[in-house]
Design a protein around this ligand. Structure first.
Ligand code: ZN
Length: 249
């Protein structure tokens, strides 16, 4: 039986002489694996469909391990491959899906968020760190680990000093601070609150300028999200670590 899926290519590994096994993030079936025959041969017509970040309509056949028999390109997000910051930011997102989205779990919210992220990363001049931060905050929510950047999670009062608890993902005031919370910069906290409300489909350069914070706060906010991920999910994308290293260099 033949089936059609709209999917993003997350990962490909070599298999036999000329084949590859692809891991695809599909809108219709979630994360799935599929074999692609002859894709390593010179001039293979479906080579594009095994490239990183390829967004295409894949035609699949077969039972347990499906085979890609055809594909038509929707978007290659090509400019991502020409800029190392964009490349690592995009890799952090695809790795996020690989690590935290179980196979066959359909997740249209995370799917469209990932596509919106890659699109703005590829075709806008918006800074990759801001886009990645917005993506991570939204993606965490999609996998059930929401961060909350409101008033004190204990008493509901507005926050002056901020004590952030990485196990609950909430901020507390000085009086309500939990034992495991650590003090973080109110500027970083306010930035996280604003960026978490960004819509990656419509965010503009002006929205980012209006935040009025220095670049290093984005890196701090990203580090905080990475630490949260390590605390609640016991793992983080390697490319996220690499991206943060490059930002600090
Ligand atoms: Zn409080």
């Amino acid at each position: 039986m033949e089936e059609k899926v709209n999917a993003l290519m997350l990962k490909s590994v070599d298999y036999a002489d000329n084949d590859k096994i692809l891991t695809l993030f599909s809108l219709e079936q979630g994360v799935i694996s599929a074999k692609m025959r002859g894709v390593k041969k010179a001039g293979a017509k479906l080579k594009f469909a095994a490239e990183p970040f390829c967004f295409a309509e894949y035609i699949l056949t077969g039972g347990n391990l499906k085979t890609v028999t055809n594909a038509s390109l929707t978007d290659s997000f090509y400019p991502i491959r020409e800029n190392i910051f964009k490349f690592y930011a995009a890799s952090a997102a695809t790795e996020f899906v690989l690590k935290f989205c179980p196979e066959n779990a359909v997740s249209p919210g995370l799917f469209f968020e990932t596509i919106r992220f890659l699109k703005s990363l590829a075709y806008s001049e918006l800074p990759p760190d801001v886009l990645l931060l917005a993506f991570l905050l939204h993606a965490l929510k999609e996998i059930g680990y929401s961060l909350r950047f409101g008033d004190c999670a204990g008493c509901g009062e507005p926050l002056g000093r901020v004590f952030f608890d990485f196990s609950t993902g909430c901020g507390y005031c000085e009086n309500c601070r939990t034992e495991s919370s650590v003090e973080i910069s109110p500027v970083t906290y306010a930035l996280l609150r604003k960026v978490s409300s960004f819509d990656l489909g419509s965010v503009t350069e002006k929205d980012i300028l209006d935040l009025g914070v220095a670049d290093n706060y984005y890196v701090r906010a990203l580090k905080l999200s990475a630490k949260y991920l390590r605390t609640v999910a016991k793992d983080e994308p390697k490319s996220l670590k690499e991206f943060l290293k490059m930002c600090e260099f």
